[in-house]
Design a protein around this ligand. Structure first.
Ligand code: AHR
Length: 788
């Protein structure tokens, strides 16, 4: 080894030890030319919306406030969330019973046999969704249906209790009758507890049956903190209720809106098969419309198209293929009720009170129509050729009766050519950061003929963690691109919207919550920054900045991904552009795999990454339909910004076994070996595009909005030149920015605003001024023209 390479090796070893990387060359400035001399392109004022899907317990045990889980005993063949409660010598037996049911859709009730001769309590408890969160001073409305036998009339005591038995509040229910009756009580909690339980008990002996047990904070349909977070996004529209949730895995688990309206006791609920949990459907069609109303968002309903996802696979991703013929799909001759459902959904939302379904809506307390404009026919069914016929059938029926309804087709634009009539086409995109960044350019180049497109589901999904800064920056660039192309893509919404931290089906998501608290991801705040600076017109912007260059040297680290990983004998030999990294790795525990991050860039948040046996990282669905095996362990080689650079290879990492790993880097060539066997061989791109992106426009109030994304970890000074500035040429200016040195940075319950907009009033600026962009930042500059 010569001196130079020895020095190189030492430096690299130091970098590895310190978790740092070697320095690189980043440009320090950018030129941004904003052209205000022309009116610019109209932007749809309702362009950015939200997409609510019942996934990740978004509604059940989330936004919808009912705190009781399995209140109708339909969720599982077990007592799920319920448990017997008995003190001293008291006894209690709990049985499911189908005799003398509450009604046809609630066929199973719970028989409670309490035996208490000494006045000790006997009954049962419900733990809700990972505990029942109660607040001090809040009143809770309790309701259930009950009947009793043998003259037993109670009383029952219904209480909110802590795990240690502390009683926070209680109420008595007397007068149980032999016939089913709805009984209610109000319970005020004297304490706050994130994981309380509800107890229904008696101190007498007797038998009673219960069903449709509910508990919710008085007067609240939607959880206030989550509702506020949605309101703060000022959504232009709300797509609901799915997603794959609409399709289900078979007919029984598909979304049929008519079973989700009316009295709660008349809603059967259904199994949300794609996301593997029970849906009570208390957050039903009517509640979705109410939510839209509360948010000021246009309702956009996804109607079931008689096509389900997969009857056989646990994961929807295993079968995301074209030409799927699903045995659970409705054949054309059975499509009548499906078409009628779509028509009736529109009548329910919009029909006059003297129409059949308008009257049902009025009876539910909302005589005024909701004014629903958008209906999508199916979700992601468009890759199946059988969609064609079904779509046309539903389309024609809707257009004949409701010509003003805007109808959306699944598929990407051009996919169906002239075969289908449509008002808009719904494209979905789950992409690596660079895929999202490049989307704006692709939209700029789109031909302007054909239907407008809507990106009803998008997210940066590679190297995005649970939702990190990297994803937010890439999405900010993408949203700017969508904004300036409102003529071809007038609508877009992120997916998924909400996730209960106890039950994450999919990641990243936009807003996370536990029983008490919630936080928005950096992507959430990027969207909020757009919402707080909606522009009416977008104007041309030219940016000259340095390219993002990917270095091949830098530190290395090994981590578990949903697993605990161990590493031994790490060694890097060679020179900066020709080196070999070797190590022994072991997965000590966990369901996931291991990641080796190498060639870390200056910021430590960009890197090359070799994932070994990692699951739950959906493959790139660049313009949807790409598919991927979300639940299959795979080896994946990617750059944190551009995503995969070699084909994924299926394979797992066994727990407890040591593996030899080797990464050979020669120039931009990378070879990865596992136990001496070559797994990947890839060529790494050198340039990843511009380090700065800019867009601009005018708000309705005449403010000038300039959006700047600095993808470089270094500060960069933007020299901004506004052509066609106002007559005074002077503006008062406010900058709002999110930034982080660490691109992997995420918010959390403990640190909910680690990444959140920071606002700064700037000194007045002229038509030419400089603004220093922080490294890895997204900034919105709002310039208010000063009067002469
Ligand atoms: O957003 C999560 C899922 O992604 C949706 O259910 C489905 O439409 C898409 O594939």
């Amino acid at each position: 080894m010569n001196d130079a390479s020895r020095l190189m090796k030492m430096t690299m070893a130091l970098a590895i030890a310190a978790g740092l990387s070697l320095s690189g060359s980043w440009a320090q400035s950018a030129e941004v030319r904003v052209d205000l001399s022309q009116p610019g392109k109209k932007v749809n004022p309702r362009q950015f919306g939200i997409f609510f899907e019942e996934i990740n317990h978004a509604g059940e045990g989330g936004l919808y406030t009912d705190l009781i889980r399995n209140g109708s005993f339909t969720e599982a063949p077990t007592l799920d969330a319920w448990a017997p409660v008995k003190a001293g010598s008291a006894k209690v037996n709990l049985f499911f019973e189908t005799e003398d049911p509450l009604n046809a859709v609630k066929p199973r009730s719970l028989r409670v046999e309490a035996n208490s001769s000494n006045g000790e309590r006997a009954g049962l408890s419900n733990e809700g969704y990972w505990g029942i969160a109660v607040q001090k001073g809040t009143s809770y409305q309790f309701a259930m249906y009950a009947r009793s036998a043998g003259g037993f009339s109670g009383p029952l005591t219904v209480s909110l209790e802590g795990k240690d038995g502390s009683v926070y509040g209680q109420a008595q229910i007397a007068d149980l009758k032999p016939q089913w009756n709805r009984v209610t009580a109000t319970i005020k909690s004297s304490a706050a507890d994130p994981a309380a339980r509800l107890v229904i008990a008696t101190t007498h002996s007797g038998t009673f049956w219960i069903n449709v047990v509910t508990l919710r904070p008085e007067g609240e349909l939607f959880r206030p903190d989550l509702l506020q977070k949605l309101k703060d996004l000022k959504p232009g529209f709300m797509r609901f209720p799915g997603g794959t949730y609409v399709q289900g895995n078979d007919r029984a688990s598909s979304y049929r809106w008519k079973t989700t309206i009316g009295d709660l006791a008349s809603r059967p609920g259904h199994y949300d098969a794609p996301w593997s949990y029970w849906s009570d459907d208390y957050m039903g069609f009517h509640e979705y419309l109410l939510l839209c109303e509360q948010l000021g968002a246009e309702p956009y309903y996804v109607a079931y198209a008689g096509m389900t996802w997969t009857p056989s696979s646990k994961s929807p991703f295993g079968v995301l293929q074209g030409h799927r013929i699903n045995v659970s799909d409705y054949p054309m001759e059975e499509m009548g009720p499906i078409v009628q459902d779509a028509l009736d959904a529109i009548e329910y939302a919009n029909g006059p009170v003297d129409s059949k379904w308008g009257a049902v809506r009025a009876k539910a307390g909302h005589p005024a129509p909701f004014g629903m404009k958008y209906v999508e026919i199916g979700n992601e069914d468009g890759f199946n050729p059988l969609y064609l016929e079904k779509y046309k059938l539903i389309y024609n029926a809707i257009k004949a009766k409701y010509p003003d309804i805007q109808i959306l087709a699944n598929e990407r634009r051009g996919g169906w050519g002239d075969l289908l009539p449509m008002d808009l086409v719904d494209e979905h995109m789950y992409a690596p950061p660079l895929g999202a960044i490049n989307m704006g350019k692709q939209l700029d180049a789109r031909d302007r003929k054909g239907p407008k497109a809507l990106l009803a589901e998008y997210a940066v999904q590679k190297a995005a963690g649970l939702g990190n800064m990297r994803a937010a920056l890439a999405e900010a660039v993408m949203l700017s691109g969508i904004e300036r192309n409102s003529d071809v893509m007038p609508m877009a919404s992120y997916a998924p919207l909400l996730a209960n931290l106890h039950a994450i089906n999919w990641r990243p998501d936009l807003i996370y919550f536990d029983n008490v608290s919630s936080y928005g991801t950096p992507s959430y705040y990027a969207q909020k920054m757009f919402a707080d600076s909606r522009i009416e017109n977008s104007v041309p912007v030219e940016v000259k900045a340095s390219e993002l260059k990917l270095r091949m040297d830098g530190g290395t680290s090994v981590k578990g991904v949903d697993a605990v990983a161990e590493v031994q004998d790490q060694k890097t030999t060679g020179t900066a552009d020709n080196y070999t990294y070797t190590a022994r790795i072991r997965k000590a525990s966990g369901d996931g795999g291991v990641v080796i991050q190498f060639a870390k860039q200056d910021d430590g948040g960009s890197y090359l990454a070799w994932y070994l046996g990692v699951k739950n990282r959906a493959n790139t669905l660049l313009v949807w339909g790409g598919g991927g095996d979300q639940n299959v362990p795979t080896y994946q080689l990617e750059t944190s910004l551009s995503g995969p650079i070699a084909p994924d290879v299926h394979g797992a990492i066994e727990t407890g076994r040591w593996y030899d790993v080797e990464i050979r880097v020669t120039g931009r060539n990378v070879v990865c070996l596992l136990d001496g066997k070559e797994i990947h061989h890839a060529q790494v791109p050198e340039n990843l595009g511009s380090s700065v992106y800019g867009s601009a426009g005018r708000t309705a109030k005449g403010e000038v909005v300039i959006r700047l994304v600095n993808l470089s970890p270094q500060k960069q000074t933007a020299s901004i030149d506004i052509a066609g500035a106002t007559s005074s040429g002077k503006y008062s200016a406010v900058a709002s920015s999110i930034m982080s040195r660490d691109l992997d940075a995420e918010n959390s319950i403990a640190d909910p605003t680690r990444i959140a907009p920071v606002e700064q009033k700037l000194a007045a600026v002229g038509a030419k001024f400089q603004y220093e962009m922080e490294g890895n930042s997204f900034t919105v500059l709002k310039l208010n023209p000063e009067q002469k």
